[in-house]
Design a protein around this ligand. Structure first.
Ligand SMILES: Nc1ncnc2c1ncn2[C@@H]1O[C@H](COP(=O)(O)OP(=O)(O)O)[C@@H](O)[C@H]1O
Ligand SMILES: CC(=O)N[C@@H](CCC(=O)OP(=O)(O)O)C(=O)O
Length: 259
């Protein structure tokens, strides 16, 4: 299937997504594109863990996930957040369906590093036909980043940026758009409108890109290396589309970018 656009909505702005964001998604559908949503929810997980007085720590940007934490992660991501987003899509007249890794065998995973990270997963398989079947009946899939274990009992917490990159690769998507709380990749408070893989790696090295921006650009690079044309990082507080243009940072492979 052509014209698939994977859009990752960060937990940093799910509660404050503008109406224009949803209008933009509808416009995409009307112009022949097929949006697929992957959502995060890190801040909401932090809030519930705090209320429950459960300590959690991050190792290289990934939440070390014990069994106790995993229950909270699933409750927040596949319960509260997926449903909140689906209601917003429905409110804007967009047919959407909330799904997680176990639905239709969407995403299988194995532990990334059981000893250090606990139940953080690494995706091993994506059921792309299940997604394209949903797209072919006009649905917008809203994906929670939890994958199922090969034994159909275990389940794993996966960074939502990583899931967006893997879903984009599995679907052979046109592009992946990371919607977050900043207008793009910033350097000295200015948006970098166009950049390339090697420049990005330099920005990570010199500290220009840090924290939550790292998994986004790394997922973007992974997708570009698997054949996708471009990845974008944009703000959820502004309209997604300016006419038919998307405003933010565009990341391309080296050679294409200098053309
Ligand atoms: N160079 C950069 N440009 C923009 N944001 C950056 C940069 N480096 C680090 N960041 C941080 O990345 C954050 C976005 O990541 P994150 O908080 O994980 O968002 P989300 O929940 O949308 O995934 C920004 O709010 C900002 O603090
Ligand atoms: C393994 C891991 O760190 N998983 C993330 C999943 C949610 C997420 O990625 O949310 P954002 O997009 O809002 O950051 C977590 O537990 O916070």
């Amino acid at each position: 299937m052509k014209n698939i656009i994977v859009i990752k909505c960060g937990g940093s702005m799910i509660d404050t997504l503008s109406d224009d964001f949803f209008i933009g998604i509808k416009k995409m559908q009307e112009t022949g594109f097929y949006p697929v949503i992957v959502h995060g929810g890190g801040p909401a997980i932090n809030d519930l863990l705090k209320d429950l007085q459960i300590q959690s720590e991050f190792v290289n940007g990934l939440r070390k996930t014990t069994h106790e934490i995993m229950e909270v992660v699933e409750m927040v991501l596949s319960g509260t957040i997926t449903n909140k987003l689906v209601r917003k899509f429905q409110k804007h007249g967009i047919s959407s369906i909330g799904i997680t890794g176990s639905d239709g065998g969407l995403m299988y995973a194995k532990p990334k590093d059981l000893e250090t990270l606990g139940l953080v997963g690494e995706i091993t398989r994506v059921n792309q036909k299940f997604l394209t079947d949903l797209l072919s009946i006009g649905m917008v899939p809203v994906i929670s980043p939890i994958a199922i274990g090969l034994n159909h009992e275990d389940y794993y917490n996966i960074n939502a940026d990583t899931v967006a990159g893997e879903i984009a690769v599995a679907l052979n998507a046109e592009k992946v758009i990371f919607v977050t709380d900043v207008p793009g990749v910033l350097k000295d408070n200015e948006i970098i409108e166009k950049t390339t893989e090697s420049e990005i790696l330099g920005f990570i090295d010199d500290g220009t890109i840090s924290g939550g921006m790292i998994p986004k650009v790394m997922a973007a690079i992974h997708s570009l290396n698997s054949g996708m044309k471009e990845a974008m990082i944009v703000s959820g507080h502004k309209p997604l589309l300016d006419g038919v243009q998307i405003k933010g940072t565009t990341i391309k492979k080296e050679l294409e970018a200098v053309k």
